[in-house]
Design a protein around this ligand. Structure first.
Ligand SMILES: Nc1ncnc2c1ncn2[C@@H]1O[C@H](COP(=O)(O)OP(=O)(O)OP(=O)(O)O)[C@@H](O)[C@H]1O
Ligand SMILES: [Mg+2]
Length: 395
């Protein structure tokens, strides 16, 4: 599963923007307030809208007027294109939200189309098309449909005009593509790790996934240690390889049921307990726990992973993110760090700038000068520092 493009209209600072041909590892650079977190928030918004409805998702963010780009006309629009695999049709999910005359948010239009082939003759198949609570959905199993004239459509009315049709129609349970879209949105995860949160002692128990800020790290550690020992050992091996100075890493369980991590650093005879290791080591361990999750998130957004990690570790971390993305998921990362940028490939980097209050997306590989320097073996962090990323303030 891979998101190919994201188009946003009137979503906060994104008045009219398109990010296309998105790679599996996608790193977004930009100054404070340029919209990096807002870009990730689109997925959180969809998740809330799917769990409840569009009104609740908007209210959580201050309401329709707060989310809609300031001084803009028209609906809030989100369009996501994805493919289950390179050989599968291109799926486009489109959502437009407006306010009715009473000031209540409603879904102006929601469509899901599938496009087979890539030529201009390949017209999209409308699988679902709703407006203000009414519309149609295809009811036949797609594997048995040879041509779009054979599609059977059924008119439907949703319980409310602010409910997503992809949520409201139970029949979609039998369509794999819908299930994939649903799980992409539901299992989306944002990581904004803080070492001080991870050091907090947790109540006993298990947690299967690392939380956004990492405060349940000890619980996930125990879960992996007891239920997925092979993965757990792989994480410790990786940690040894990635963090210089760590000679060995081991774990043991205490009487109270906590997993103690012991890291042997340098020449010290006595191992350190995880509680006392450096922020950098702890952070690297936490990212490995996140990236080697036994049921991985199909879509991972990571906020500013560079904090507390020194330069060598940023290279190692970039490599781990890349490995994770290439295992079949997709990883979006926001960063301010030229050192992290130095560890990235030309195709992986986008940057955001603001023009007249609204955000524009640029891509490193589309900039001839940056592409030429990179072809000669340069690194993007240095190019950024030298001012080659147009419109990005130097930090
Ligand atoms: N409705 C809106 N219309 C236009 N701009 C908006 C709207 N709501 C928020 N913004 C702008 O979006 C920006 C917030 O962006 P965001 O928090 O995504 O930035 P960021 O790149 O993550 O910054 P940082 O590096 O500090 O984390 C602010 O500048 C804010 O003014
Ligand atoms: Mg941010």
């Amino acid at each position: 599963m891979k998101i190919e493009s994201i188009r946003l209209k009137n979503f906060k600072a994104f008045k009219d923007t398109l990010m296309s041909d998105i790679p599996r590892l996608c790193v977004i650079v930009g100054a404070n307030g340029v919209g990096k977190s807002t870009f990730f928030e689109v997925f959180g918004f969809l998740k809330d809208a799917l769990a409840d409805n569009v009104s609740k998702a908007l209210n959580k963010r201050g309401g329709f007027r707060e989310v809609k780009s300031r001084d803009s006309d028209g609906a809030i629009e989100i369009e996501i294109q994805f493919r289950e695999a390179a050989s599968k049709p291109l799926v486009t999910y489109f959502l437009a939200i407006e306010e009715n005359k009473k000031g209540t948010p409603i879904i102006k239009r929601e469509t899901l189309t599938l496009k087979y082939g890539s030529g201009c003759n390949s017209q999209p198949w409308y699988f679902l098309d709703f407006a203000r609570g009414n519309g149609f959905a295809v009811t036949n199993e797609l594997e048995h449909v040879e041509h779009k004239t054979a599609l059977q459509r059924e008119a439907q009315t949703l319980a409310r005009p602010d409910i997503l049709a992809i949520k409201g129609l139970a029949q979609f349970q039998k369509f794999p593509v819908m299930m994939k879209l649903g799980s992409l949105i539901e299992q989306w995860h944002i990581s904004d790790f803080h070492s001080n949160r991870a050091r907090q002692v947790q109540e006993e128990g298990y947690a299967e996934h690392l939380s956004s800020e990492g405060e349940n790290l000890s619980l996930v550690t125990r879960f992996l240690y007891e239920r997925h020992p092979t993965i757990f050992n792989e994480i410790l091996e990786r940690l040894k390889q990635r963090v210089p100075g760590i000679n060995s890493a081991a774990a043991k369980i205490t009487e109270e049921g906590r997993v103690l991590l012991k890291f042997q650093e340098g020449n010290f005879k006595d191992p350190f307990l995880a509680r006392y290791v450096s922020d950098g080591t702890l952070k690297m361990f936490a990212y490995l726990v996140l990236l080697y999750d036994p049921s991985p998130h199909p879509l991972l957004c990571v906020e500013e992973p560079e904090n507390q990690l020194y330069i060598k570790l940023l290279w190692e971390l970039a490599e781990e993110f890349r490995i994770c993305a290439n295992r079949g998921g997709q990883v979006f990362i926001s960063t301010h760090s030229p050192d992290f940028l130095n560890a990235l490939e030309l195709d992986e980097v986008f940057w955001l700038i603001k023009k007249q209050g609204y955000t524009t997306i640029k891509r490193a590989r589309d900039d001839k000068q940056i592409a030429a320097f990179m072809a000669e073996g340069d690194q993007m962090g240095y190019l950024w520092k030298q001012g080659f990323f147009e419109g990005v303030a130097l930090q």
